[in-house]
Design a protein around this ligand. Structure first.
Ligand SMILES: Cc1ncc(COP(=O)(O)O)c(C=O)c1O
Length: 170
């Protein structure tokens, strides 16, 4: 990506984007199997922001699409943002997100796709770039989060995205 921002841990990276990017009336649709750090980020963001966080059934893209349609119909403001958060490789079951379809849906419904690739970074894809590389995707993921506490055997976390997004987060 164009730029990245480093955090002390992957946990902080997840808290970082959720508490910074979501504004009043924004919607976050997330896979029910997302890591606890996303749940904590939502809880923290909800203390200052009137956001709507809705869980969808694990890897169920039909459920996700139904929610996207419902969210679009109920739009309260033209500036309202929609985020979709999934993992690349799920930490609990080790299965992969159907990323190409999820990315397609995000494009169709104007949602920002954020992928937690803590377990994909350094492992999946031909050169270890992660789950999007595994699926041969050149773009279609807006923000990629990763941790250095898995394949890299260290500590730390990051968010990678377009320069504008990273500048804003910084
Ligand atoms: C999917 C996922 N996201 C985020 C994290 C948090 O990363 P860190 O250990 O760097 O805080 C973990 C760690 O267990 C994880 O499995």
């Amino acid at each position: 990506t164009e730029d990245s921002l480093l955090y002390g841990s992957g946990y902080q990276a997840n808290l970082g984007w959720v508490t910074t990017l979501l504004r009043d009336d924004d919607v976050l649709l997330y896979d029910e199997y997302n890591h606890a750090s996303l749940y904590d980020g939502i809880a923290l963001a909800a203390t200052t922001t009137n956001l709507k966080a809705i869980r969808f059934a694990h890897n169920d893209t039909e459920h996700l699409e139904r929610l996207l349609i419902r969210v679009q119909k109920g739009a309260v403001s033209p500036n309202r943002q929609i985020f979709v958060a999934v993992e690349g490789v799920y930490s609990m079951d080790g299965d992969l997100a159907p990323l190409p379809r999820i990315s397609e849906l995000c494009g169709e419904y104007g949602a920002t796709l954020v992928i937690d690739d803590a377990h994909g970074t350094g492992v999946t894809g031909k050169t270890g770039r992660g789950t999007s590389e595994h699926f041969g995707m050149k773009d279609g993921v807006d923000i990629c989060m990763g941790s250095f506490s898995k394949a890299f055997g260290m500590t730390g976390g990051f968010l990678s995205a377009d320069r504008e997004v990273i500048d804003y987060l910084r």
